[in-house]
Structures are given as structure tokens and as C-alpha cells.
Design a protein around this ligand. Structure first.
Ligand code: GLU
Length: 424
């Protein structure tokens, strides 16, 4: 049973609807009591705050922000904070749910949270972004904290945003609290390797998936939608490992070279916006055309809901590895299942981000930094172990890769609920 109505336009499907449908599919394979499933269909709480900002011209603007707490049975709520004009309450709840499964699948002791401000960060000056972030930290202060809920970078936010957030929180608490957010600059308790981690994990998991299907990485063609922090690091990792990255894109369009792009030469969108589509490549394409290229591996690493009922039949890739959160609608997922195109889910592929966030949190608590080498080593170990857990389920049942990942995650979360019980 799924909650998805296939007659509806997939674009209308919200993240929370997609997430609930995925939960129900996994639940069908496990013996989890209905009360626990009902709790997991909901989020524990969603906070909505108004964030006033004094603009540079002296006027005041009030922005809406949300923080969703999905489930914390395994540890503090954990998840990104995005600045994006399309942020909604429903989206935050869906994304928070995905964080619950992501942390459980990685077996790290965090629950799921997510938040965002309804704002276009490109329209704010640096000073405005700083004031907005500081005021947001103050508004959310009652519901976050190093042992309660730990935000991190996401779309439209970065290490500097986390530094301002941590500073504002710490000033109010009267003590330096590095563990209140992750993804900070290393100089104030951030972890080495955190920024590139989601992209690296996409690369590591793509290698595993190709090996599973007996495909040699050497010469494998790859298209990556989105050349920001996730996409650029994934593309460069795979390029350096021998794959042929034929197409990458930013919000303005894609570049294509059938002989392979030099991904280390293309500046990423976060470094210099517009440099990707402006790069001197043999051919330019639209983002939509990139998704339907005849490649071995397609990595959607930009935004959610890009693989839909409208284009899923046109996709020619043999393997899809999700770099973004929620790039595939439920309808598209069913189409790929019917067409036999494996989709390696976001909750595993991009989980390097939250995994190194966990390493960062440990370093903050212990006040002891790890070397980059240690971060990379431990990240690889964690990714391979989670891959094995998912693969074991995949091999033992007639399910998709996403179902297999959800089964592992749901089992862990449900067992934790069973052990802790319902109080009172
Ligand atoms: N925003 C990232 C994600 O979606 C990272 C979350 C975190 O590090 O807490 O996984």
C-alpha cells in the first residue's frame, strides 16, 4: 500500500507524501506495530518562527522559518538548515523524516530534523545574511542544542552560516558551544573533510554499486546534475577514479563533452556561480537534456523532484545514484522499478555529510580534532558498512535498493522505540 495517487501530477507530491509512501513500503516487509508506524508517519514537532531582519536600506522584512523534529528515539535531532524561497513546512517534515532514516541506516546515534528559512539568499547581502542567521539562532534557541537538535549546512547555507549561528547561540548561552551545529569552519571546531563528505560518499557508493553490477569504473560514463558541493565533489571523485564524466550542470544549464570533462578544471557553482554553464565545452545542454543522456550513471545532485512521471520513461542511464535529497518522485521510482533501472537512494548515497557531521560533533564534545586522513578513513569504513547492510537486505528480498535501505533503517528505529516504550 502506498499513499501516492498515481493520477496526480508528480510535481504536486510533497516531500512528506513521498517520505510517507516510502515508509509504508518498508513497513510492509517488517513486523512493526501499527502504533510505531503511526508515530513515524508524523513528526514529533514542527516549529514555525518569524525572523525579522533589518535590511541594508533600513527597512524591516519578516521571514518565516521552520524547524521540524521528526524522531529522536536514537539520539538528538539532526539535519540541515536551508535558505531557499521554496521552503515549506511540509518539505521540512519530509526532509526531517529522511534524516531519521539516513542516520539510522548509517547507524549513527542521531534522529531526524530539518529546517529552513523562506528566503532567496542571493537577494541578501553578506551583512543581511549574518543578521538573519543570528536572529534565527535566537528564535530557535529553545528547541536546539548540542544534545537536542543540531543543525548543519544545506541548500543556501554554508560553513560561514554555521559559524554565525554557533556564535549567536554561544553568546546567549554564555559559553562556547561548538556542538550546537556541524559543518562549521575547522578553526572553530568544524571537521576537516565535512564540506566534501556528501560528494565523496556519492562517489564511494557509486563505485560499490558499479562493482555490484560487475561494471568497471574505468571508462564508465557519468552525468551529474548540479555542480555545487555534492555534485562537484562526486564528479571529481569519480573522474579521479577513472570514470568519464561527460556532463555536469548548474542552475543555468549543462555542459557536455562525449570524451569526458576535466572536472577539476570546472569551477564549482558554490565557488563562482555561473562558471559551470559558462565553461568552454564542446556542447551545452539544458538541465532536462542532461537527465536523459545515454550514460551509464546518472547522478541528480541539485534539487528534489527532478525525476518525475514526465521524464522517467526518457531516462537512458543504466544506474541512478541520488546525490540530492529526494530527486525522484514516487511515480518516477515505480517507473524505474518497472524498467529495471536501479536507483541507489539518497539516504545512503549522500549520507557522508551527516556521517562527518557526527564525527565533527564527537570532536567538539571531546575538544580534539581529527586529521583529514582519519576522517576519510572512518568515512569510508562507515559507508562500506552501511552499503553492506543495505545490500544484504537487497539480496535477500525482492525489493528495490530504496526499500532495502528503508528496511534496515526502519528496523533500527522501530527496535529502539520498542526498547524505550511509550511513556506514560
Ligand atoms: N543537509 C545534509 C543532509 O541532508 C547534512 C545534514 C547534517 O550534516 O546534519 O544530509
Amino acid at each position: 500500500m502506498t499513499t501516492v495517487d498515481p493520477t496526480r501530477e508528480p510535481e504536486e507530491e510533497s516531500a512528506v507524501e513521498t517520505a510517507r509512501g516510502q515508509l509504508e513500503r518498508a513497513a510492509a516487509h517488517l513486523d512493526v506495530d501499527q502504533g510505531t508506524i503511526e508515530r513515524l508517519r508524523q513528526s514529533t514537532a514542527v516549529y514555525r518562527v518569524a525572523v525579522p531582519l533589518e535590511r541594508d536600506d533600513g527597512t524591516t522584512e519578516v521571514y518565516t522559518a521552520y524547524r521540524a523534529h521528526h524522531d529522536d528515539v536514537r539520539g538528538p535531532y539532526k539535519g540541515g538548515l536551508r535558505y531557499h524561497p521554496g521552503v515549506t513546512q511540509e518539505e521540512c517534515v519530509g526532509l526531517a523524516m529522511w534524516m531519521t532514516w539516513k542516520c539510522a541506516l548509517m547507524d549513527i546515534p542521531f534522529g531526524g530534523g530539518k529546517g529552513g528559512v523562506v528566503v532567496d539568499p542571493k537577494e541578501l547581502s553578506r551583512g543581511e545574511k549574518e543578521r538573519l542567521t543570528r536572529r534565527l539562532a535566537q528564535e530557535l534557541r529553545p528547541v536546539i542544542g548540542p544534545m537536542k537538535d543540531i543543525p548543519a549546512p544545506d541548500m543556501g547555507t554554508d560553513p560561514q552560516t554555521m559559524a554565525w549561528f554557533m556564535d549567536a547561540y554561544s553568546m546567549q548561552e554564555g559559553e562556547t558551544c561548538p556542538g550546537v551545529v556541524t559543518g562549521k569552519p575547522p578553526v572553530i571546531g568544524g571537521s576537516y573533510g565535512r564540506e566534501e563528505a556528501p560528494g565523496l560518499s556519492v562517489g564511494i557508493i557509486t563505485e560499490q554499486a558499479l562493482a555490484y553490477y560487475d561494471t568497471d569504473l574505468e571508462g564508465t560514463t557519468v552525468a551529474v546534475q548540479g555542480f555545487g558541493s555534492v555534485g562537484a565533489n562526486a564528479a571529481r571523485y569519480l573522474d579521479d577514479a577513472g570514470a568519464t564524466v561527460v556532463a555536469v550542470s548548474d542552475v543555468d544549464g549543462a555542459i557536455f563533452d562525449p570524451d569526458g570533462l576535466d572536472t577539476n578544471d570546472v569551477e564549482d557553482h558554490d565557488e563562482t556561480p555561473g562558471m559551470v554553464s559558462g565553461y568552454d565545452a564542446p556542447q551545452s545542454l539544458s538541465n532536462e537534456e542532461l537527465l536523459t543522456l545515454d550514460v551509464d550513471v546518472l547522478i541528480p545532485a541539485a534539487i528534489g523532484n527532478v525525476l518525475t512521471a514526465t521524464n522517467a520513461h526518457e531516462v537512458q542511464a543504466d544506474l541512478i545514484v541520488e546525490g540530492a535529497n529526494g530527486p525522484t518522485t514516487s511515480t518516477a521510482d515505480r517507473i524505474f522499478e518497472e524498467r529495471g533501472i536501479p536507483v541507489i537512494p539518497d539516504i545512503l548515497a549522500n549520507a557522508g555529510g551527516v556521517t562527518v557531521s557526527y564525527f565533527e560533533w564527537l570532536q567538539d564534545i571531546n575538544r580534539r580534532a581529527w586529521s583529514l586522513e582519519r576522517v576519510y578513513d572512518e568515512l569510508e569504513t562507515e559507508m562500506l558498512s552501511a552499503w553492506e547492510d543495505m545490500r544484504t537486505e537487497y539480496d535477500s528480498r525482492d525489493v528495490t535498493w530504496r526499500d532495502a535501505a528503508y528496511i534496515v533503517a526502519l528496523r533500527r528505529v522501530a527496535e529502539a522505540h520498542g526498547a524505550r516504550g511509550l511513556w506514560p
